[in-house]
Design a protein. Structure first.
Length: 279
């Protein structure tokens, strides 16, 4: 059985629980959420959308910055993720909406001051979502999102500078080949799925203006990477493996590393805006 595609599989209780446990134990999603929320300029916001909000890590960061009388709508199409979020994040300002990102317009109760999307925009129909974001934002409202470095075709210099040995993904493939005769697909550098020039074109067509972009480095450790690869939707390698087999391969690969070995991943962060109306 092939691993669940990270574009799919989120509406599964095992994935939702594993993801929530990861966010409690490691800082990756909370750190990226706080970064995006800060860039969204939420001080005077009345209505903010957490797009593709999952179990609420980004909503939590937004709630820390918005006024006491603000509304936050966390929209995601995975009910399992939201069930976990409802259990762990109780705030009267927060509403949970189970719907695809593409259907955003029908679920926002007014003009939004900001839309924030963490670690998910490339999983959507991007032109359609950008158009929907334009519709729900007030003039001057911000749209802040990030794109994984591999999808955006960017690398922060630190990602190369901290290399101290083979990556955990490389070791996973080696262990799978040694123990299971795994033959990985031919190595080919795929074209970036969502590079900045494509993002800028889609934003322009949607009537949104780019205010700022930045390539940032997310620093973690080999231990955090192992925990992330334990989430079913991210488990490796591809191919005819059960989840138990993948976890066994992961354990063996991880045993060849040092837990506190630093790792770096790159992210492209984009801040866009619906233009203000001319007077």
């Amino acid at each position: 059985m092939a691993p669940l595609d990270a574009l799919l599989g989120w509406d599964e209780d095992t994935t939702a629980e594993a993801y929530a446990a990861f966010t409690r134990a490691f800082p990756m999603y909370s750190a990226t959420s706080r970064d995006l929320a800060r860039r969204a300029d939420l001080t005077d916001s009345r209505l903010v959308v957490d797009l593709c909000g999952g179990a609420g890590a980004t909503a939590e960061a937004i709630l820390e910055l918005v006024p006491i009388d603000a509304q936050v709508v966390s929209l995601d199409n995975a009910a399992a993720m939201q069930r976990v979020g409802r259990r762990t994040l109780a705030d009267p300002r927060l509403s949970w909406v189970t719907a695809p990102a593409e259907d955003l317009v029908g679920h926002v109760p007014g003009a939004a001051d900001a839309v924030v999307c963490n670690s998910a925009i490339w999983k959507t129909d991007v032109p359609q979502v950008f158009a929907a974001v334009h519709q729900v934002l007030r003039p001057g409202g911000r749209f802040v999102f990030n794109v994984g470095g591999g999808f955006a075709g960017v690398r922060h210099p630190d990602e190369t500078n901290v290399r101290t040995g083979p990556s955990l993904n490389t070791l996973i493939r080696q262990v799978a080949a040694r123990d299971h005769g795994y033959a990985p697909p031919p190595a080919a550098e795929p074209a970036p799925k969502l590079p900045l020039d494509t993002i800028a074109d889609h934003l322009s067509v949607a009537g949104l203006t780019v205010l700022d972009t930045e390539v940032v480095a997310q620093r973690s450790t080999m231990a955090e990477k192992k925990a992330w690869l334990s989430i079913p939707v991210f488990a490796r390698p591809d191919g005819d493996f059960t989840h138990a087999q993948r976890m066994d391969i992961l354990d063996k690969a991880y045993s060849l590393t040092t837990p506190d070995t630093p790792t770096v991943t790159s992210w492209l962060v984009v801040v866009a805006q619906r233009p203000r109306e001319l007077r």
